[in-house]
Ligand binder design. Structure first.
Ligand SMILES: [Zn+2]
Ligand SMILES: [Zn+2]
Length: 126
C-alpha cells in the first residue's frame, strides 16, 4: 500500500470556472511539491509543513484569490482522480482508502460543529 501520493485534483473552490482540469498543487509559501497520505494529510516536501486537505486554501491559475471550498467538493474532486490516473492498482487502492477516510473525517467534523479555531491552513497553488 502506498503511504502517500503527489497531490493532484481539480480545483475544489466554490465557483471555480474550470472544475474539470486536473491540477498539480504546490505550496504557495515555498513552491514545494505537496503529497497527500491516505488520512488526507497534506505534506510539503520542501519545507515539511502540513495540514489536513480540508483545512487547505486553494488558488488555481484561473483565479485571482484564494477561494472557499466545502468538504463535499473536495471529496468529489478526489473521487475523480482515479478516472484520470493511469489505472495503476496501487494508486486505485490508495485513492479508495483516502475517500473512505475523507468521508469519515467529514462526519467527525460535523459532530465537532466544524470548529476550525485550532486548525492550521496551508495555501496551495497550481
Ligand atoms: Zn479554481
Ligand atoms: Zn512548503
Amino acid at each position: 500500500m502506498l503511504y502517500e501520493i503527489r497531490f493532484k485534483c481539480p480545483c475544489p473552490n466554490i465557483g471555480c470556472r474550470n472544475r474539470n482540469k486536473l491540477r498539480n498543487w504546490t505550496h504557495s509559501g515555498c513552491n514545494g511539491e505537496l503529497y497527500i497520505n491516505k488520512y488526507g494529510m497534506i505534506n510539503c516536501k520542501k519545507c515539511g509543513d502540513g495540514c489536513h486537505v480540508y483545512d487547505s486554501k486553494f488558488k488555481c491559475s484561473d483565479e485571482e484569490n484564494f477561494g472557499e471550498s466545502r468538504t463535499t467538493i473536495i471529496i468529489q474532486a478526489c473521487a475523480n482522480i482515479d478516472h484520470w490516473d493511469d489505472g495503476d492498482d496501487e494508486k486505485t487502492e490508495f485513492w479508495q482508502e483516502l475517500l473512505i477516510q475523507l468521508c469519515e473525517e467529514r462526519r467527525n467534523r460535523e459532530k465537532d460543529n466544524n470548529n476550525n479555531n485550532f486548525r492550521k491552513s496551508l495555501y496551495l497553488i497550481d
